[in-house]
Design a protein around this ligand. Structure first.
Ligand code: AQP
Length: 339
């Protein structure tokens, strides 16, 4: 049986403003989990440099890092209780990532679907960082020996890789149970929120079309317009779950409603059964504005004082380092480094 103390670790990339998918798929669960077990939440700025679309401008990384931290706080993560920090502020993430690069196998990384999706037809032009992204993610988690990782459905495969790396390290260095095998926590109806323009694509920060997503900073009119213009099909809403087969856009909008209203999907389907999209979209827009407006307002307030956000990040990093430093020292000794 595992002897590891429960600890939650998760993070988001400062690649753009956070959106409804990030909120329903992950952030909403973080807010709940901080009251259930100790949590560390980071802004994974080192991951943000891996974008295949070329280098992000430094000023954009800085701004997005502060904005993502503001989104965590505005959504309800309490920085007095739960450390919030930037990944690059704790050097142990990068140190462990190198060791894990030597543990992970090329064949494992070749199977990662996110790399295939993000690199598209131009694999050879993608950064090496994009390829080894899941190795750094494993280090983010295991440098704290975190046991639980709340993420959206899209990160499930990366979590499995983190477990494989942990297991191989434990076996190779004959240190059974040294690293925990971290558990993904994927809960709620919003674990895979899709694009508003294409029900087959996930909602993403870096999608070219801003109309594909609802940003956490969008104002009420923008939210309502995006929902009104969201792609649908010509039929009324279905009577039951079976009626959603082959209707990804209808499923997505009902799912978003369920996530925002905190209701099971089957109740939401029953509520709108047989109705036209137009009426449903008005109700969805109203609900989205009610839930997201306070977050946007609070983010704006926090962003007006960037020095305070930086202070919160540095203080969070200090707490995170007190956990990561001794673990990393131990790992260095385990692999044979003179320390
Ligand atoms: N569409 C989504 N539905 C549900 N959950 C989602 N997440 C992301 N998109 C959705 C969850 O949000 C957390 C942070 O994700 P990330 O910043 O590490 O990057 P990502 O998964 O690659 O998300 P994006 O928004 O698509 O960013 P870009 O465009 O920069 O790649 C994760 O827990 C993720 O599961």
């Amino acid at each position: 049986m595992s002897t590891h103390k429960q600890l939650v670790l998760s993070g988001m990339q400062p690649t753009n403003t956070l959106h409804l998918g990030n909120y329903l798929g992950a952030l909403k669960n973080w807010v709940r989990m901080q009251n259930e077990m100790p949590c560390f939440f980071c802004v994974v700025d080192m991951h943000a440099l891996t974008q295949d679309s070329g280098y992000a401008l430094p000023k954009d990384v800085t701004r997005a890092t502060r904005e993502v931290a503001a989104a965590y706080i505005a959504s309800g993560v309490d920085p007095k209780h739960t450390p919030i920090f930037a990944q690059s502020m704790v050097k142990e993430h990068a140190e462990l990532a190198w060791i894990f690069n030597c543990v992970a196998r090329l064949g494992w990384l070749d199977r990662m679907t996110q790399f295939k999706e993000k690199s598209g037809k131009h694999k050879e032009r993608s950064s090496v960082g994009l390829y080894t992204y899941p190795v750094l993610m494993a280090a983010d988690i295991l440098v704290y020996k975190a046991t639980h990782v709340p993420v959206g459905e899209d990160q499930k495969q990366h979590l499995e890789l983190a477990r494989d790396i942990a297991q191989k390290f434990n076996n190779d260095y004959a240190v059974p149970d040294y690293f925990p095998l971290p558990e993904p926590v994927i809960t709620g109806p919003g674990t895979r929120v899709m694009s508003l323009r294409d029900g087959a694509k996930k909602m993403s920060k870096t999608d070219e079309s801003d109309n594909s997503r609802i940003n956490l900073t969008d104002d009420a009119d923008t939210i309502a317009n995006k929902i009104r213009r969201a792609k649908t099909d010509p039929n009324p809403l279905p009577e039951n779950e079976k009626g959603l087969a082959g209707r990804p856009e209808a499923e997505n909008l009902l799912n978003i409603y369920a996530g925002l209203a905190d209701k099971p999907m089957k109740d939401v389907i029953a509520q709108f059964a047989g109705q036209q999209f137009s009426g449903f979209k008005n109700e969805l827009a109203e609900l989205a504005v009610t839930k997201l407006k306070p977050i946007a307002d609070e983010m704006r307030r926090l962003m007006a004082d960037s020095a305070e956000i930086d202070r919160i990040l540095r203080s969070g990093a200090e707490k995170a380092r007190t956990v990561a430093e001794p673990i990393m020292l131990d790992i260095k000794k385990t692999v044979g480094f003179v320390v």
